[in-house]
Design a protein around this ligand. Sequence first.
Ligand SMILES: Nc1ncnc2c1ncn2[C@@H]1O[C@H](COP(=O)(O)OP(=O)(O)OP(=O)(O)O)[C@@H](O)[C@H]1O
Length: 285
Amino acid sequence: MNTTPHDSGTPIPAPPVAPPHPGPAGVQPLLQATNLVKTYPGAHALRGVSIGVSRGQALAIMGPSGSGKTMLLHCLAGLITPDAGTVAFQPGGGPPVQVSTLDRRERARLRRESFGFVFQQGLLMPELTAVENIAVAGMLGGMKRQVAFAAAMDWLHSLGLEAHAGKRIGQLSGGQAQRVAVARSQITSPEITFADEPTGALDSHTSHEVMSILLASTAGAGRALVVVTHDPHVAARAHHRIHVRDGLIDDGKAQGTARVDGTAHVGGAAGVDGVGGAAGVEGAA
Ligand SMILES: Nc1ncnc2c1ncn2[C@@H]1O[C@H](COP(=O)(O)OP(=O)(O)OP(=O)(O)O)[C@@H](O)[C@H]1O
């Protein structure tokens, strides 16, 4: 029997393997996850999710609390290794990378150099100033110190925050701090940015502004954004939306019921990029 590893040692039947989402004709998705499964004792966090994200696209992941949104984001970003399934990243000009088979060090390097992260809070270092927070991310991504600080100041300038460059994070408003977090995530121009509730702590006006900056520097610049959000206004601004429920992409056919077969995920001919009738995917193409 096809099984997946389980922390308790009890084999759990794996969902049937679905073919990967093909993406738009002739276009290799920037990131392609196929049949992701992640199980914890007592929790089937992901039960077979396949999804592709292309350049120039923003994908919103929605769903109820505990449905598996963050788990999916973390698997896509190489922060968590799935029990089964694959994540393939196609860097610009390089060979494809199987994120899920990289060792910890390689994954950390990939995240530093090619991925950007924005979380609701927690990524900024309170003991550093705004400009230092941004510049450090540049240096970790391989920039020389002087270049990183100049780029960080450029970012602060474009965000209207140059007067706050020397302030520590605790001296900034929530919206200012989150703009610094976006700049921090974007200073290396990552090919794909992962954001988990990036506007969760902001009022609606500031939320709109922060999303505008994030969208412009990711999908708007030919790169990609994957954003987990509860906010329908945020999700509405993405090119595509998926709804996760009980560790599966919800195709809307079983609202309010727990899925039992583990087969309802985006795969095969289902489209994420407006190229087919997607299960659980709304496209704005
Ligand atoms: N480290 C862990 N150990 C055990 N179970 C976990 C762990 N991380 C997540 N889970 C479980 O996996 C499921 C999915 O969690 P996840 O954090 O992805 O939910 P979510 O949709 O992001 O929820 P929320 O909107 O509340 O943040 C939940 O049942 C959760 O309890």
